[in-house]
Write a protein that binds this ligand. Sequence first.
Ligand SMILES: [Fe+2]
Ligand SMILES: [Fe+2]
Length: 300
Amino acid sequence: MGPSGGTNAPECVCLTEVKARRAGGGGTIRVVCQPLRVCFAAVSQHRDIPMNASIRIDLRECGELPAHTYAFYQLRTLREGQIAELIAPDEPSLTLDAVSLNLRHRIHWEVIEQGPPLWRVQVQPRADTEATSLMDLLQRDHERVDRLFGSILARVNAGDLAGVAPDMEALSLALRRHIRTENELLAPAFVAPRDPFGSDPTSTMFREHEEILQQLTYLESAFAEGPPAASEIAPFFALLSGQLAKHEGREELNLFPLWARALRAAGPEAEATLVARVRASLAGDADDLAVARTLSPTDG
Ligand SMILES: [Fe+2]
Ligand SMILES: [Fe+2]
């Protein structure tokens, strides 16, 4: 893997397309440098490379393909309930991090036997494993809320407002629990830097929670006396959906890394304790506080 040909190549390039063409026996071999994400997409569409459904993956058999591309191609078909064993002749962290990134973190991997000469790695769908870190737990909850939103938007767009009601109830509960957990449990647990202009990650989080709750309250009230008209409510769902996506992105990029750093300093026991409390809170152990009243931010 490496840049070639003097193009404005991105820092992460791959020659897989060339090798895939060669494996397919077709025409001219030329060097193509492209972003790794594009490379994965190109190979995944290359139908001449046989689909291997085996859940034993040996990176020594990757042939001319780069190890990460070979592993991606095998692991992209991993389904819930399956476990893959991967054999690697080199330390596999970088390879599996790249694969995980390109599978949008749908896999969880763990080295079960350290090399050299060989590393054995167990790979599972992330959905089959329990979150062990605070960041993973919060990101999974973001994804859960996003899935509910996706289901609601699909129904709203189809004009099925009666079908939206149960998802709306679930979304409302999930979002209020999530915000309560971040406002009242996590923010006070971490001393993060604040600035007088309110542009620090913690102040931004509180402010955006307020805005999200206002939008959510409006939507809840719109459903209070039966399903509203789709044309009337659709723009408000679209607004909240966009607001939420930006909010989650900002938390994951700006705030959660601060919390993760503080947790690393506190040690694994502290994180395990906090993860257990957050899991219980997201599951609703404090619903009497969280759902019965409008949440207001606290100055951690
Ligand atoms: Fe949040
Ligand atoms: Fe969040």
